[in-house]
Design a protein around this ligand. Sequence first.
Ligand code: VGL
Ligand code: ZN
Length: 198
Amino acid sequence: MTKALIVIDVQNDFCPKGALAVADGDQIVKGINALMGGFETVVLTQDWHPANHRSFADNHAGAAPFSVVKMPYGSQVLWPRHCVQGSDGAAFHPALNAAPAHLIIRKGFRPQIDSYSAFFENDRTTATGLHGYLQDRGARDLVLVGLALDYCVAYSALDAARLGYGVTVQMDLCRAIDLNGSLADMQGAMRAAGVALS
Ligand code: VGL
Ligand code: ZN
């Protein structure tokens, strides 16, 4: 039984001055670096969108950022353009220690579908491959940290719980977007799913 640390989307665009800045997103980097040594497996995720991604408001004529539209897989928030593949905004925060990572998983690269979770795209069925990797490594217990708590961290935590992992979200090493009550909603959903919020 091994423990894995999953570091979600600690990228420039989610930090202050980034395209989809999360308040104090950069404040968690030091603590995450310090945590890495205690885990047999360390995974980093990277939001990684093509320029024509359907989650970008500017790819929908007349749509405002943070408005919500219906996609074939359900409702979708339209975000400011962020984490475009290969851009500086998509790079990890420069102070994040990426060297100890055993796996870097990229998500959100299909133009027609967003992917908040590190395990499944937003249709909740298209797999990223992370589950297979963690199973092969014998990981049963996961600690999740990163950005944003109420989107990619929460979706990852809910999928992980559904897949049968023991899941802890270390709250002091996360920061939230908090759009239309999303933070309270997702904290409630995580608690209901048996995710430990520490
Ligand atoms: C995220 C919105 C859009 C996240 C990614 O990392 O939480 N949020 N893309
Ligand atoms: Zn994104």
